[in-house]
Design a protein around this ligand. Sequence first.
Ligand code: ARG
Length: 272
Amino acid sequence: MQSSLSGRSRQRRFLMCRPTYFDVTYAINTWMDPNVPVDTGLAIQQWTALREVYRSLGHEVLEIEPVPGLPDMVFAANGALVIDGRVLGAQFRAPQRAEEAPLYRSWFETAGYPVRTPKYVNEGEGDFVVTDRYVLAGTGFRTEHAAHAEAQEFFGRPVISLRLVDPRFYHLDTALFALDGENVAYFPGAFSEGSQRVLARLFPDALLVEEADAAVLGLNAVSDGHHVVLNAEAVTLAEALTERGYQPIPVDMSELRKAGGGPKCCTLEIRS
Ligand code: ARG
């Protein structure tokens, strides 16, 4: 593993939330089964290893205090969308996660960021993926279509609406990730036919990912433009990344996957 940033990579600032109270006590996506036991200690180990990977790559990791009774708060990606130092707060679809939204908003307010309280349901970076030209936005399971227009108006960036159709890929960040500012990797089968055509037009050189890699949440990955932190089970995707000159960095997030999460879900990028 490279210990410093070089070449195509850019240093990132991430917000994470330790899974101190992680559990699966309700089911709001098809990955979650409250009857399957969860090892919170193991989740904490896996999460800590992820945080240390980021730090070893030269990224900055800030933390928000976890709160008892909010077992999904570890999935910081859902807490907000931050671009140009401006914060669009989240509004969760499921009542079980509703209380997380004001906690993330006040973290940013305390840190001095201008924060918008959203009018429509949006689950932060779970359904928004940022590239240099566009903000890609998912809908179909969680984030409301109206939230896409709200984000476009707030950030002054073109927002491209994409429709998710497979319940395994309930957030955009389970089906697509930005390889760098220009290009993306995605699993076409997660998207409606029209949205597949939109993606093909915008990203003719995209890395198309097989179902087997998507099905282990391999697309829930974090790229800094060179290093790509991804679930270890996504072996074919890792090979494809290497062929394209990226450096895959496999991590084990198996315990957090019991809630439908992977490395990206645990990671909110603070873009200044
Ligand atoms: N259990 C959480 C939920 O269903 C998982 C969220 C995963 N986060 C993400 N960015 N995909 O809301």
